[in-house]
Each structure stands twice: as structure tokens, then as C-alpha cells.
Design a protein around this ligand. Structure first.
Ligand code: ZN
Length: 215
């Protein structure tokens, strides 16, 4: 049989398995449906028989849970900053499998690099769902590394508006009815108003002026 580019390629590609994975970043403000989409994509892949794992970090619903505000939840691996994701993927995800990571802004830059390694070296598809900026409008370090390394960046299309009707731009932290201007980068809260720390998406103008709208 003559050796052609096609035969060489066929010999190097195991049947049914991709030879590389894709690192995709799905982004949106709080309330843009990231967790809902993550759960739907995980469900679809498992229905199709693909092996994979779900990762989360500091989900509002508690440790080891990936939750959507629409009410859907799934068990997930809780990632802490010390977790070695190369070891995790090597142990739990075969080539051609997937990782779906919610709250991926809380990954460390080193963990994002580990997931990029898994995409390149283990042919695992990595989908990361993250908000990009914190309550002070600054990049989360993990989100920054994702922007730098992702093959594909997909903004979610769900509309999130400020109370004034303008497009929501900033993930404002509300403490005591005020737009917070200082504090730790990570303080877990929700977009409901029942907790001491809550979050509300504001337009840039009202985030700047510190007008959170009706509380
Ligand atoms: Zn506004």
C-alpha cells in the first residue's frame, strides 16, 4: 500500500479518539446561566456515553455540588487551591473524556496550566465556566490565565441587565445595602438578598456611582 499523508495520519490516530482536546472558556456575568449550561453539557455528554468529571469550587449550594439557580444540581469534585489537576485527570479521566469546571475563576493559574496540559497531552476536552472580573472589576488570576490559554472563548448570550435597564457589566458585591469598595477578592454569596454578602450585576455607571438600586 502506498504511504500517503492520509495513511500516516490514520495510523497515528486511534479510532474514535481525538488526538487533542480543546480548552474552552465560557464567560458571563453572575446570573448569565453558566452553571445551567455546564450542567446541561455534562448531562448531554454522559448521555452520549463519554466519561468525564465535574469540578466546582465554592459553589453557593455547598461543597462538592454544582448548582444552577434554576434548581438543577449535580455532584462534583470540590477543587481547592492545592489540588493537582494533572493527577486528578490522570486518575479519573481517560483520553477522549471531558472535564467541566464551574466557578473556574477560583482555579489558580497553575491549575489552569494543568488543565491546558490535559487538553494537549491527554486529549481531554476541558470546558471552564467563569466570571472574569471580581467585585472591584479586577481580573481573577485564574480567569486571566484562562483568557491567556484558552483555545476558544465563548461569551454566554443570556442577557443580564442593571436595575436601570442598561447592560450589566460589573459583578457588584453588596454589603449592608452598599456597593462594597474593599474586601477579600473571594467572598461567597449569592444573587439573592438574604445573605450578609450578596452580589448584583450593575451597569458600569451605577457600579461607579455606587447605586445598587432597590434592595
Ligand atoms: Zn445601571
Amino acid at each position: 500500500m502506498p504511504v500517503t499523508a492520509a495513511t500516516v495520519l490514520a495510523a497515528r490516530q486511534p479510532a474514535m479518539a481525538p488526538v487533542f482536546g480543546t480548552l474552552t472558556l465560557f464567560t458571563g456575568r453572575m446570573g448569565s446561566g453558566k452553571s445551567t449550561l455546564a450542567l446541561q453539557n455534562a448531562f448531554n455528554r454522559r448521555q452520549a456515553g463519554r466519561p468525564g468529571v465535574l469540578l466546582t469550587s465554592q459553589d453557593r449550594a455547598g461543597e462538592g455540588i454544582m448548582s444552577s439557580r434554576l434548581g438543577v444540581t449535580a455532584d462534583a469534585i470540590e477543587v481547592d487551591p492545592e489540588m493537582d489537576l494533572v493527577a486528578m485527570v490522570t486518575e479519573r479521566v481517560p483520553a477522549g473524556g471531558f472535564v467541566i469546571a464551574d466557578e473556574a475563576q477560583f482555579l489558580t493559574p497553575a491549575q489552569v496550566e494543568q488543565l491546558a496540559w490535559a487538553a494537549d497531552e491527554m486529549a481531554v476536552d476541558i470546558d471552564c465556566y467563569a466570571i472574569i472580573t471580581d467585585f472591584l472589576s479586577r481580573l481573577f488570576p485564574g480567569a486571566q490565565r484562562l483568557v491567556e490559554l484558552a483555545d476558544v472563548i465563548t461569551p454566554l448570550q443570556v442577557e443580564v441587565t442593571c436595575w436601570c435597564g442598561r447592560p450589566g457589566r460589573q459583578n457588584a458585591r453588596i454589603v449592608g445595602g452598599e456597593v462594597a469598595r474593599a474586601g477579600a477578592q473571594v467572598a461567597v454569596g449569592d444573587t439573592t438578598e438574604t445573605s450578609a454578602v450578596s452580589y448584583r450585576v450593575l451597569c458600569r455607571r451605577h457600579w461607579r456611582s455606587g447605586e445598587p438600586g432597590p434592595i
